[in-house]
Write a protein that binds this ligand. Structure first.
Ligand code: ADP
Ligand code: MG
Length: 163
């Protein structure tokens, strides 16, 4: 039996340079999201429905960055139009929250990710508090799921750099 949340079609590798997002408060909500160009997803060769995903990610940082920051971290990824905060008509975005307290921002750095699970479709919440509550739940599920041996094994994927 495939594990819960397994992404249809199997793990999806993607990579892109961390770009400036909409600057609309992900960080203020306590969940900074590293945005990568939506084209990175198209380049990965598979279309993901708008929604929330989890997996592993690594930021390529200079050798003098803290070793902990250069590792492979749990992540939650949102793909979509962010209908709770956007009026509509905006381009879709791809953004990843890494479950790690980084010492510094990493705009402009290459980010690699392996998407393993699909948590839920994108939905419009009644307001920011409801969205934030759901994000916390998403992060909690991802944190637990990624410790499952099925998902944990992918942390050692050869696509990630060994330190
Ligand atoms: P933006 O709208 O520019 O994406 P955010 O408020 O979403 O701004 O913050 C994202 C930035 O925060 C990332 O590009 C990255 O440089 C930095 N950052 C720091 N810690 C994290 C983290 N744990 N996960 C994702 N990004 C982080
Ligand atoms: Mg962001």
């Amino acid at each position: 039996m495939p594990p819960r949340y397994a992404l249809a079609g199997g793990p999806l590798a993607l990579g892109g340079e961390v770009v400036a997002g909409f600057g609309r408060g992900s960080r203020q909500l306590g969940v900074p999201t590293a945005n990568i160009p939506p084209a990175s997803l198209a380049a990965a060769g598979r279309l993901l429905p708008f929604g929330v995903y989890f997996g592993w990610a690594q930021v390529e940082l200079p050798a003098d960055a803290p070793a902990a920051d250069r590792g492979v971290h749990k992540m939650v990824m949102n793909v979509g139009r962010r209908p709770t905060v956007n009026a509509g008509g905006e381009e879709s975005s791809v953004e990843l929250h890494l479950l790690h307290p980084f010492a510094a921002d990493f705009y402009g750095r290459p980010l690699r990710a392996l998407v393993l699970g699909h948590l839920r479709p994108e939905v419009r919440f009644a307001g920011l508090p409801q969205l934030l509550a759901r994000i916390r739940t998403d992060v909690g599920i991802a944190r637990v799921q990624l410790d499952d041996p099925t998902w944990a094994a992918h942390r050692a994927d050869p696509r990630f750099r060994k330190l």
